[in-house]
Every structure is written in C-alpha cells, then in structure tokens.
Design a protein around this ligand. Structure first.
Ligand code: UGA
Length: 431
C-alpha cells in the first residue's frame, strides 16, 4: 500500500520504517530540510536501537523515501498518517497548531482518489472531529476521504519491537471501507486489532499513558511507606504483580517517570477533562507524587553528605529519562541535577548516549568520558538511569575512586546487603 507519514520524529519515523519493513511503499515527510537530507543518507537525529539499520535497509529496497514536500506525498499515498508534535501549550493543554497546519496542507492537496487520513499523534479527545472540519473546509468538493484515529503505543528504546509486536492496534473509525484498508495495512503485524469510534480511540491513548503514570506514582508512594515501615518495595511489588489483575509491569519504584510523553499527556488529559467539566483529581495526585520523588532524592543526598551542598562533588550516572535512549526531555535526572546546581553543588555526569542532548540543557555540568571518571573523587554518586553498563560496574574500582563511598541509587539496581558488605553507604528507594 502507498503510505505518507507527515512528521518524521520518533513516532513518524518508526511508523514509516516498520510499515516499509512489512512491504508497504512509504514516504516520510518533514518540514525540517536538514533532517530530511540527513535521513536520506541514513542519518538519524536521535538514538533508537535497530532503527538506522531498518531505515537504510528499506531505503535500499526503495520502499522508504523522505521528502519535505507534503503535497507530493499526499498525492502519492492511499493512507496519510499525521504524526507531528503535540507539545504542551502555555495554557496547559495540547498545542494542536501543527495538526491544524498539516490538516490544511493535506486538504489542499487531496484529489479525487479515495484516501485515509490517519491521526497517529497523541491528541485530546475530539481532535479527529477538528481535523475533519478543516479537511471539509479546504478540500476540493469531490475529495473522497475517511478519517481514522490510530494512536501510537511505541516505547522509546524498544520502538521497533513495541510497534511490530504492539499489544494492540487501535483503529478508530466508523467507516467499514477505512477499517478494511487499515486491517490490510497491518495484516503482517503481530498484534490484536481493536476497532472503535474515533473519540474512544483518542481517549484510549491518553487513558493508557495516564494509567502507566498512575502505576508508577502508586509504587513510588508505596516505596515511601516501605521506607517508613521497614518493608521492602521490591518484595511488595513482586507480591502485587503476582495478581494477574494487577500484573508485574511498571511497578519499579524509582525517581519517577519522565520523557516527552507521560508528563505532557497527563497534563493534557487533566486539561481536556477540566474543559469537559470533570476534575480528574487522581491524575493531579499522580503529578504531585512524581514531583515529590525529585525532592526526595535531594533530601536523601543531603541526609547522606550534609545539607550544605556547596563545593560538594556529586557524580550522576544517567541523564536519559530511561535506558536505551538519548532522550532527556522531561528527564527526572535533569530536573534533579538542576536542583543540585541551584544548591551550588559541583555535578559530574555520565550517560552512555545522552550527553550531547543534556549539554544544551545543563551547560554547567562536567560531562565525564565514562562512569568511573564521573565518580572519581566524588562525595556521593547518584544513579538516575538504569543502563545495563551501570549494573555491570566494577564496585571494587568504584569504591577506590570515590572520595566517600556514598551511593544514592534512584533505580534500585544494586542489592543493599551486598553493597553494605562491600563497605558502601548505600541508599535506594523503598528498601
Ligand atoms: C510511553 C508509553 O509507555 C508508550 O506506550 C507510549 O506509546 C509513549 O509513552 C508515547 O506516548 O509515545 P515512553 O515515553 O517511551 O513510552 O516511556 P516508558 O517506557 O513508558 O517510561 C516512562 C517513564 O517511566 C521513564 O522515565 C521510566 O523510567 C519510568 N518508569 C517506567 C518507572 O519509573 N517505573 C516503571 O516501572 C516503569
């Protein structure tokens, strides 16, 4: 099938590459010429395991191409995905200006061949109706199209697997013709398909991300109870997760959730709920717990090395919002480092992939070449991201190079008993 993907960011590029991998003819569009030129040569602007190879492979087989020309892509395709950004606006809701602009561009380039316009970006409920309004306003009278809401559920760092083997593909449409075409598009994906109306499809996305955040804030709240009562959060999580109704996933206590999606989507969901006349109080509490975790880390550091952080050297392992990505947007690590810098601490940080991205946000941090250089002569080490590399660190070497063997483990990657045996002063979350 002939597919256009408008917006070649993380979601658009992964969608385009995975569809091409399944034999479809795909053009990915972006208005950033530099990005498109670089993609044509196989260069990605972000780190995602396996994606560069997949892009190159499909470009070589002439199933994947890149362009800055939306009009050309719209005319070429049978299915047009909208996967542009929906950042948070200053008013607290999702900024749909890119969606509106692209919808108008699509409308102006529609011809009389039937097309599907599929909304892939994360949007508040009701956006598909707004896209339809714009399309009807600007499209030629004889334009024949259907709108489908087809939200994305990929996880950064494992984007290919979570796309090709997504737990579900949600197709929001009331058109049997559009449904049949979308089913054909995804025929080779190993996922269950759920067909809904488009408002429900839009809501499923916000509801899913909010629920994941809810699980994280719940387990982090429990971790705080564990710390006060002497219980162990890992065991509590294990016991919880053995109940099939709860399941064991997203029950890792830590410094809280970050990234470009969860924080923004929860805020946007609260905002749209308010607009619809409902105060989504639970989600406000989720946000509050997540903020609390940042302060908790600073308090733990102060408790361990003294409340005056001026001239103290703090090593930070991990800057990305989670492992296997270079994405530092809304990373809890970045927020916590900002707090430490405000207290005049000297911060030495290392991340296997995210240093370049962090250096724009935190120019006053010393970026180390590896995890040991970061920890060298530090007063304490804060572990912010659970990269595998950190889990395999030589603890003997680490202990020798630190000024004081104090570790604040924000991701519970080591065993407290073993750390104590090795002579570390080790503090983690909920244990
Ligand atoms: C999230 C959703 O998981 C995807 O399903 C969704 O498609 C995506 O947002 C999106 O809207 O595009 P992602 O942002 O890649 O995916 O990150 P997650 O894997 O959900 O992790 C989010 C944050 O939660 C990370 O900071 C992670 O460290 C934290 N987390 C996760 C925990 O603190 N504890 C856990 O048990 C799990």
């Amino acid at each position: 099938m002939r597919v256009a993907v408008i917006g070649s960011g993380h979601v658009g590029l992964v969608t385009g590459a995975c569809l091409a991998e399944n034999g479809h003819q795909v053009i990915c569009v972006d208005n950033d010429k530099k990005k498109i030129d670089s993609l044509k040569k196989g260069g990605l602007t972000f780190y995602e395991p396996g994606l560069p190879e997949m892009v190159l492979r499909n470009c070589r087989k002439k199933r994947l191409d890149f362009s800055t020309d939306t009009g050309y892509a719209v005319k070429f395709a049978d299915i047009i995905f909208i996967s542009v950004g929906t950042p948070l606006g200053k008013w607290g809701g999702a900024d749909l200006s890119q969606i509106r602009r692209v919808s108008k561009e699509i409308a102006l380039n529609l011809n009389n061949r039937y097309k599907i316009i599929a909304e892939k970006s994360t949007v508040p409920v009701g956006t598909a109706a707004e896209i339809e309004r714009i399309l009807k306003l600007y499209a030629p009278k004889n334009a024949d199209f259907d709108i489908v809401s087809n939200p994305e559920f990929l996880q950064e760092g494992s984007a290919i697997k979570t796309t090709l083997e997504a737990d579900r593909i949600v197709i929001g449409t009331q058109s049997p013709k559009a449904e049949a075409i979308m089913r054909r598009l995804y025929a080779r994906f190993r996922s269950k398909i759920l067909v809904t109306d488009f408002k429900s499809a839009e809501l499923i996305k916000h509801a899913s991300n909010s629920f994941l955040a809810l699980k994280i804030s719940y387990i982090n709240s429990l971790a705080n109870i564990c710390e006060r009562s002497g219980a162990n959060i890992k065991m509590v999580a294990q016991g919880l997760g053995m109940d099939k109704r709860i399941n064991p996933y997203f029950l890792n206590a830590g410094i809280g959730y970050g990234g470009f999606c969860l924080p923004k989507d929860i805020a946007a969901f609260i905002h749209i709920s308010e607009k619809l006349g409902f105060d989504f109080g639970i989600l406000k509490a989720v946000q509050k717990v997540n903020d609390y975790q940042r302060d908790l880390i600073v308090r733990k550091i102060k408790k361990a090395i003294g409340s005056n952080l001026k001239k103290k050297t703090i090593a930070v392992w991990g800057l990305a919002f989670k492992p296997n990505t270079d994405d530092v947007r809304e990373s809890q690590a970045i927020h916590i480092i900002q707090k430490l810098l405000l207290e005049r601490a000297y911060v030495k940080a290392f991340d296997p992939k995210a240093i370049r991205e962090s250096s724009h946000l935190l120019p006053h941090v010393h970026y180390a070449v590896d995890m040991y250089e970061a920890a060298n002569k530090c007063d304490c080490l804060f572990i912010a991201t659970e990269w595998d590399e950190f889990k395999k660190a030589s603890l003997d070497r680490l202990k020798k190079i630190m000024r004081r063997p104090v570790i604040i483990d924000g991701r519970n990657i080591f065993d407290p008993a073993e750390m104590k045996k090795l002579g570390f002063e080790y503090y983690s979350i909920g244990r």
